[in-house]
Ligand binder design. Sequence first.
Ligand code: FAD
Ligand code: NAI
Length: 495
Amino acid sequence: MEACIAVVPIRWTSLIPGKDMAKNFDVVVIGGGPGGYIAAIRAAQLGFSVACIDEWKNEKGGPAPGGTCTNVGCIPSKALLQSSEHFEHAGHAFAEHGIDIAGLSLNLRQMLSRKETVVKQNNDGILYLFKKNKVSFFHGRGAFAKAEAGVYTISVTGTAAETVTAKHVVIATGSNARELPGAPFDERLILSNTGALAIEAVPKRLGVIGAGVIGLEMGSVWRRLGAAVTVLEALPTFLGAVDEQIAKEAHKLFVKQGLAINLGVKIGAITQGADDVSVAYTDDKGIEQKAVFDKLIISIGRVPNTIGLGGDIVGLKLDGRGFIAVDDDCKTNLPNVWAVGDVVRGPMLAHKAEEEGVAVAERIAGQHGHVNFNTVPWVIYTAPEIAWVGKNEQQLKADGVAYKAGVFPFMANGRARALGDTAGMVKFLADAKTDEILGVHIVGPMASELISEAVVAMEFRASSEDIARICHAHPSLSEATKEAALAVEKRALNF
Ligand code: FAD
Ligand code: NAI
C-alpha cells in the first residue's frame, strides 16, 4: 500500500467528530481495508463529506485501519518473506559472493517485532491520510440500522456508540479465512493466516493444508527459517490457475528448495494433541496416511465477511456463495449502496479492491469509473516470484484462440547472472493473427515488478512486436521481457 510511505504518528481520537459536529455525510464507507480506505480518500478528493468506519483493533485496543491487507495479509507477509529471505541468503548464498558469516543465528523475536513495526507504520499512514483528506474516521463496527427517504442510518459500536447517516454507502468489509470442518482455528496449533504470521518459535514440523497463495508464501517463510514443511493439496495439479509451463517450473524449484508438496490428497480427521496436531489423509494413490505436525496452517481460501453488518435490516442481497451481490459497477440491490473488494465477486486481491474503491467513488460523483478485470495482475511472492496477467496457455487452448508463444529464460539474462538469480523464465502469449498480447507469465526474480510492463502493454492493447521494439536498459531483468517478446517471432537475440 502506498500509505506506508506517509508515516506520521497522530492521535486517532482527534479524528472522531465531537458531539457538536454533524454526523451526516455524503458517503459512509464501512471497512477500512484497501477497498474501503481508498474509496473514502477518492470520494473526499471528489469533494464529498466522507466517513470511514473500521473495527480492526491493535494490541492496545486502538484503531488499526488497513484491514486484512495491512494487519494480517499483504504487508506482514511481505515483511516476513523479506526477512526470511535475508536469513536464507546469509546462510546459503553469501558464501558464493565471498562473504563468510560465522555464527549466523536467528532472532525470531526481532524479526516478528520488525514486522509489527512495518504494520504499525502502515496503520498510522492511513490515519494520516484520512486526516489529510478530511475523512472522518470512526473506530468500531458499522451496521445498517435503517433506510428511510433515501438516507441510510448506520450505527457504530466501538469505544463510544455513534450514529451516522449518509445518502451513499460503500461496503468494504473484506473476507475471513475459511475453516476446515472439524478443525476450527485456535491460532495455537491450528493456524489461519493470522497465526501463521506470528509463530513464536520455528516449528520443527509444519503442516500446510492448501497449496495456494498463502500456503506457498507462508510455507516458504517458515521453511527458510528452518521448519520441515509439508504441504497437502486437494487438487491433482499444482497451481491450477497459473500457466502450466510456469507452474511446472515453480513446482520443480519449490521441491528442490525442500517444500514437500503432496497433491491430490483427501484430508480426513484432524486431531489436536497437547502440543501437536495430527492429520489423517488419503494420498494420490489412495493410500491412508497420517502426519503429525507442531503447527498446522490451514489456507484453503477465504470467505466474504458480512458478519454484524445488519444487511438483513435493509434487505441487502447476497449471492449463493455469501458474497454481496453486485453488478459490473459494484452496485448492490439497494439504491446508492455499493460494495467493493473481497466481499464481492472477483479475485481477492488488494489492488483489485482499491481499483473498485476508486471506481465506485467516481461513479458516485457521476464519472465513469473503470476496472479492467483482464489486466489485473497476480503475484505470488515466493522465491522465485510468480506473476502473470491475462490468459494462460491452457485457457487459450480451451477457448480455441490461435496464439503464438515466446519464452526467454533468466539463465540467459546478464543481470540475473550477476544477481545469482537465474531460475525461471518470461513467457509471452500473443494472438496468432494480430500479435496483440493476450497474456504474460513470469517465474523468476522480481517478477512482481516486471509484470507491470506487461500490464501497461495490455491496457494499451500493445502487440508483442511493440515490446520487442522498445529499448530496455542493460543490464536489467526487463531485458528478459523484451527477449520473450522477440521470441514470439522466434528472433530472441541472446538465446
Ligand atoms: P479487508 O482488507 O479484509 O478489510 C476489511 C476491513 O473491514 C477490516 O479492517 C475489517 O475489520 C473491517 N470490517 C469488517 N466488517 C466491518 C463492520 N461491520 N464495521 C466496521 N469495520 C468492518 N493481496 C494482494 O493483492 N497482494 C498480496 O500480497 C496479498 N497478500 C495476502 C497475504 C495474506 C496472508 C492474506 C490473508 C491476504 C493477502 N492478500 C493479498 C489479499 C488482500 O489482503 C485482500 O484482497 C484485501 O485485503 C481485500 O481488501 P478489502 O478492503 O476488500 O478487505
Ligand atoms: P487459494 O485459493 O490461493 O488456495 C487454496 C488452496 O487450497 C487451493 O489450491 C485449493 O485447491 C486448496 N484446498 C481447498 N480445499 C482444500 C482441502 N479441503 N484440502 C486440501 N486443499 C484444499 O487460497 P489461500 O491460499 O487461502 O489464499 C486466499 C486468497 O488470499 C488468495 O486466493 C488470494 O486471493 C489472496 N492472497 C493473495 C496473495 C498475493 O496476492 N500474493 C497472498 C496471499 C493471499
